[in-house]
Design a protein around this ligand. Structure first.
Ligand code: AKB
Length: 316
């Protein structure tokens, strides 16, 4: 019987992943875990436990005692926040991973999902249609931690047979919870301001193209990867995954089709340098070939859904 633990369940990916996995596996089989003392309303349909990913002993005890078979380890600091707190970002992004990899090596966990990011690429990487295997010299704290994490995942697979699977997520766009601390967050914030009827001040310049994806595609990809037979998983560092790539100007133009009075201005800040070091578009042939990945949501559909569903009262 599968018993799944999702650490970092209150974040942008966690919330939707818990709900989708509960639909698939049953509410009681999927335990949401987060450092937040209160279970978020959205996750009250199943078990919730307060866990700090850095509390190695408590995490170990819980996983062993509860006979957890799969762990999705989502707790992390994202790119913009990590630049402000480099040492803590390194500690959080790496320590939790070691705890889980070791538990799997000891035979307590059968399968791990660990998220990587397009941040593993850097300024020397080819920026258009970035290949699965290419130059990787990340220049951000977040990117360095994700790159190191990928190396450790592959190492634990090669040396100890740990079944760890990973995706290099692009910027993720969703309306069920707010993102926090990422460079791609503008592409979510914009919808709240547009719906409030306000002019949006974008922290990236108008032509900063970045790889993005609608959350439903990202969740489906994650579950498809985790459900695929072991022999099909040929990449044990992390898979490139592509959805839609656009610039702030292109996104604004698509929003204007629905809200013609919408206005945007550009005020690039420190996040511009982060965006400039990342790819503009991603080649995901390996994911397509190995486990049949295919995205469903183009830019037009994503914008339509976001404008319909975001709750403008959530932001100031
Ligand atoms: C961020 O902007 O930091 C994240 C990411 C691309 O990993 N959304």
């Amino acid at each position: 019987m599968e018993k799944i633990l999702i650490i970092g369940s209150s974040g942008q990916i966690g919330t939707e992943l818990v709900l989708s996995l509960r639909k698939l596996k049953g509410n009681d089989q999927v335990i949401a875990a987060d450092i937040k003392p209160e279970c978020p309303d959205a996750l009250k349909n199943g078990p919730y436990v307060v866990l700090n990913a850095l509390d190695r002993e408590k995490v170990r005890r819980f996983i062993i005692d509860e006979q957890i078979t799969q762990v999705y380890l989502l707790a992390a600091l994202l790119s913009a926040t990590a630049e402000k707190n480099p040492h803590f970002a390194w500690e959080l992004n790496m320590e939790g991973l070691f705890t889980i990899l070791e538990l799997a090596k000891e035979g307590h966990i059968q399968k791990i999902f660990w998220p990587s990011s397009i941040a593993v690429f850097g300024p020397t990487t080819p920026r258009v249609n970035t290949p699965q295997y290419t130059v990787m010299e990340p220049s951000t704290v977040y990117g360095i931690s994700k790159q190191a994490g990928e190396r450790w995942c592959e190492y634990y697979f090669n040396k100890f047979g740990v079944d760890v699977r990973s995706i290099r997520y692009p910027g993720l766009i969703s309306y069920t919870s707010l993102p926090g601390g990422g460079t791609t967050d503008y592409a979510v914030d914009i919808f709240y301001q547009a719906k409030k009827g306000r002019k949006f001040s974008c922290f990236l310049s108008e032509n900063s193209g970045l790889p993005m994806m609608y959350m439903e595609d990202a969740i489906r990809a994650t579950i498809e990867l985790m459900e695929a037979p072991k022999e099909q998983i040929k990449v044990r560092s992390s898979y490139n995954l592509s959805g839609i790539s656009f610039t702030p100007a292109e996104l604004a133009a698509e929003i204007k089709k629905h809200l013609p009075q919408f206005e945007i201005e550009y005020a690039p800040d420190f996040r511009q340098a982060i965006a400039d070091s990342w790819p503009q578009s991603i080649n995901d042939d390996a994911a397509r070939m190995d486990w049949g990945w295919k995205e469903k949501y183009p830019l037009s559909k994503m914008v339509e859904i976001m404008l319909e569903h975001v709750n403008p009262d959530w932001v100031q």
